[in-house]
Design a protein. Structure first.
Length: 113
């Protein structure tokens, strides 16, 4: 039985958009603003499972908390510079579990507010 490699880049933005229940264009906007994990320039950019956690966090900050791109960059920079890999991973796992508890109805309620 092979172990999963969470660092291997295998997911395109279209799959991530489907996982996050958002549009690819939204993720492309985040990418254009430099909010997504940097990838080598290639024809098709692929992301890892660990990248999906960061992308979900960015999406949460932008859509639920309504934080602008500069604020999100600052938060990501603080997480990157002030947490070691273990703590950063634990933090993103906590964020992921909290995001799973947010229902689509909660998101629609916030958007209509």
């Amino acid at each position: 039985m092979a172990l999963l490699d969470n660092e291997k880049c295998v997911l395109p933005l279209s799959s991530i958009a489907e996982l996050l229940n958002t549009k690819v264009r939204t993720l492309k906007i985040y990418e254009d603003k430099g909010l997504l994990p940097c990838k080598e320039s290639s024809i098709k950019k692929l992301y890892s499972i660990n990248d999906v956690k960061v992308i979900a966090f960015v999406h949460y900050l932008a859509n639920i908390k309504k934080i602008n791109a500069n604020g999100i960059k600052y938060i990501l920079e603080m997480v990157e510079k002030n947490m070691d890999e273990k703590n950063r991973s634990e933090f993103l796992n906590i964020v992921e579990s909290k995001l799973e508890n947010i229902s689509s109805q909660d998101i629609q309620d916030l958007e209509s507010f």
